[in-house]
Design a protein around this ligand. Structure first.
Ligand code: NAD
Length: 369
């Protein structure tokens, strides 16, 4: 005898840009912390965010009458994306007491906080809801509304879940206090989406990317807003159509084929940028891109201050291992997105070690002429 069960689990999540978020009140935005039938909320904040915005965050929580724990502070940076940090969060949730429903956890921080908090929330009581306030560029245009959450375990993001924040919000004014490096990191993901899926966005980045980076997204001009909004909109629509990645041919995998193997030696965005460059060279060799398109991608990446070369690219063993791991991850198919125009990719399954070698030679000539 056999009994069959089936359930289609709907997932809904939102991403928003909000001006003057720390000044909001329950009259203007009653749902900011979810249903206030219970006002208990467990709060986790990135150390640096606490330093810069702690007072405003605590005032906001008070304005909403939130009964919260002494905010749990966790460090940013890849080294914090571990099982130990997730366990610290889970232990602190237990100490405070978090109900299974109706007391959405609240997080303030960058992509690292998002990934580790989302992971802990997904495990806790087999899944409690959380709300994310994204404070870095990477988080605003990618991580905060991603379905995926993870910790590093030997390999980048090796252990994880699909557990998106029910609502993700960012106030771009928070980016003013980011380090230059963190702006560059985020720009790598913007360029990823522009190259893979949005030629108009790419033109904006080509024209104004350097200025917008320099201004840390604090310009009130339409271009700054359009760069962020187009990236979020494009990524959200890509995610909505393939939420659980049952289809492994994803445009947003551009830049994510070799890069996991280069982290944490390289930061995420820089690794993504180099991966885009390698596939650009491969695409050019395969005749998918012409020299002008190749040059435009290189210029857009270097224009926002990302490096065109790093010594990790010389570790051939690592290159082979990284590609093998990605192939395993994608169900024994490479499915490597390679730029085939500005704003489009082709998915290749037949990239050889020789292709990689030639691609690296081409890139080396461009980067260190
Ligand atoms: N889940 C996903 O799909 C997804 C998507 C993209 C990236 N990510 C992950 O995101 C991580 C990188 O995120 P990140 O670049 O935001 O790193 P991060 O969270 O470590 O933040 C970078 C630094 O900025 C500090 N910081 C945060 N907000 C600040 C602010 N407003 N002002 C000043 N300092 C601030 C942090 O303390 C940290 O030192 C990687 O682990 C990557 O894998 C996940």
């Amino acid at each position: 005898m056999e009994w069959r069960g089936q359930s289609a689990r709907a997932v809904e999540w939102t991403a928003s840009l909000v001006e003057e978020l720390l000044g909001l009140s329950p009259v203007e935005c009653p749902g900011l912390f979810g249903d206030l039938a219970s006002r208990r909320r467990f709060v986790v904040i990135d150390n640096n965010v606490m330093q810069h915005y702690g007072t405003g965050i605590l005032e906001l929580l008070a304005r909403y009458g939130i009964e919260h724990n002494e905010p749990l502070l966790i460090p940013g940076g890849e080294a914090a994306k571990t099982r130990a940090t997730a366990d610290r969060i889970i232990d602190a949730m237990d100490e405070f007491g978090v109900a299974r429903h109706g007391e959405d956890i609240v997080g303030w921080g960058g992509g690292v906080l998002h990934d580790v908090l989302g992971f802990a929330a997904g495990e806790y009581r087999r899944g409690v809801a959380y709300r994310m306030f994204g404070t870095t560029l990477v988080c605003a245009i990618d991580a905060m509304f991603a379905l995926k959450v993870a910790i590093n375990h030997g390999w980048k993001n090796r252990v994880g879940l699909y557990h998106p924040a029910v609502a993700a919000r960012c106030d771009l004014s928070w980016l003013a206090t980011l380090a230059d490096d963190d702006i560059r990191e985020g720009f790598a993901e913007i360029i990823k989406w522009a190259v893979a899926g949005d030629a108009d966005l790419f033109k904006l980045v080509e024209r104004d990317g350097a200025r917008v980076a320099e201004e840390r997204f604090q310009g009130r001009d339409t271009t700054t807003r359009a760069i962020v909004a187009s990236t979020i909109g494009g990524m959200m629509s890509e995610l909505s159509g393939n939420a659980f990645e049952l289809e492994s041919a994803r445009r947003s995998y551009l830049g994510h084929s070799w890069s996991p193997g280069w982290e944490p030696e390289l930061r995420h965005g820089q690794a993504v940028a180099l991966d885009i460059l390698l596939t650009t060279m491969i695409g050019w060799r395969r005749g998918l891109l012409d020299m002008n398109q190749r040059q435009r991608i290189v210029r857009a990446i270097s224009g926002v201050g990302l490096a065109l070369w790093h010594s990790v690219l010389e570790e051939r063993g690592l290159m082979v291992q990284a590609l093998a791991d990605t192939t395993l991850h994608r169900g024994q198919r490479q499915r490597i997105p390679v730029p085939s125009a500005i704003g489009n990719v082709a998915f290749l399954d037949d990239i050889t070690e020789r292709d990689v070698e030639l691609g690296l030679e081409d890139l080396h000539r461009v980067a260190l002429p």
